[in-house]
Design a protein around this ligand. Structure first.
Ligand code: ZN
Length: 312
């Protein structure tokens, strides 16, 4: 039997898992990243947790065929170097080379949102054999995305592709941390939804929303008939639906998956996005896209990273 290790490197935690040839999780573990102790320390912790999950799974190092690492930032197209990881304070880190020195295994590095998309494709909501072209949009602190075309991750020749969260949705829109204005991320991320909730509360309008309201609180309040919360939900669904129109025109995928913290809202989000998509989509062209929620949650990243390492 063949096994692979997937590692999901986050700013707060490092998650690692062993998966078998059918992409089932055999064993997984999570440890704090300890970002503040520096790059070499974090690399050593990644090597440590990788060895630990293998031992915990009762496997020998020789049974592992490779390690895939999902990282929070852009990666060069050959899967070797993390170009930048703002959450970790890293620039140009040769993760592949260092992990191959620290472990007995071949390694591959991939952007975390791309890894999550590949995970959903091989083991989650995109696993259906009828699905070959798929997009995952994660609505979290930011808006991440991954694009699968004909069964392969699309990364682009410079590793700079698949940043759909920074699609510009409006002229002179809200400023984004990336330096652009009007990015999708500024209207649909879990953080953006929280910010809008705060604005509503601060404005003094009558609302069930309270300080610190999360995206889930906003969707819950809207379901209870809260008008202020409903305005936020409508705007989120409108932007996300429009973005789906753009993505369908560009990629014609079979499936668009919504994941990340805000997707915990589930059916109300999906229903709203589908309705906005339908309202705005060019009706002359038939579309067969299914817009739905992702399935694997936080496991998608390490499963997809393992899958990339195991790709033939
Ligand atoms: Zn942006």
């Amino acid at each position: 039997l063949e096994y692979h290790i997937g590692i999901d490197l986050g700013g707060t935690n490092i998650k690692a898992g062993v998966v078998d040839g059918a992409w089932n999780i055999v064993r997984q573990a999570s440890i704090p990243t300890e970002t503040d102790r520096g790059q070499e320390h974090v690399l050593a912790r990644m090597a440590m947790i990788a060895r630990q999950v293998v031992a915990d799974a009762g496997l020998k190092p020789g049974q592992i065929k490779g390690v895939g690492v999902g990282v929070p930032g852009p990666v060069d197209a050959s899967g070797e170097v993390v170009l930048e990881a703002p959450n970790l304070g890293w620039k140009l880190c040769p993760v592949r080379e260092r992990l191959e020195e620290l472990t007995p295994w071949k390694c591959l590095v991939v952007n975390d949102a791309n890894a999550a998309a590949y995970g959903e494709f091989i083991a989650g909501a995109g696993r259906d054999p009828g699905v070959r072209d798929m997009i995952l949009i994660t609505l979290g602190t930011g808006v991440g995305s991954g694009i699968v075309i004909k069964g392969e991750l699309f990364i682009g020749p410079h590793g700079a592709g698949a940043e759909l969260g920074h699609s510009v949705m409006t002229i002179n829109g809200r400023p984004c941390s990336c330096g652009q204005r009007g990015c999708l991320e500024q209207y649909t991320s879990a953080s953006a939804i929280g910010r809008e909730a705060k604005k509503k509360i601060d404005s003094g309008v009558k609302t069930l929303l309270r300080a610190g309201a999360t995206s889930k609180d906003v969707f819950d309040a809207a379901a209870k008939g809260d008008a202020a919360a409903q305005e936020i939900v409508d705007e989120v669904c409108e932007y996300m639906g429009l973005a789906c129109v753009n993505f369908v025109h560009a990629f014609d995928p079979e499936v668009i998956l919504l994941g990340g913290g805000a997707a915990a809202a589930g059916e109300p989000l999906v229903r709203g996005v589908r309705a906005a998509f339908k309202r705005h989509m060019w009706h002359v062209a038939p579309t067969h896209v299914t817009i739905t929620t992702a399935m694997l949650g936080n496991d998608a990243g390490f499963i997809g990273a393992a899958g990339m390492a195991g790709r033939k």
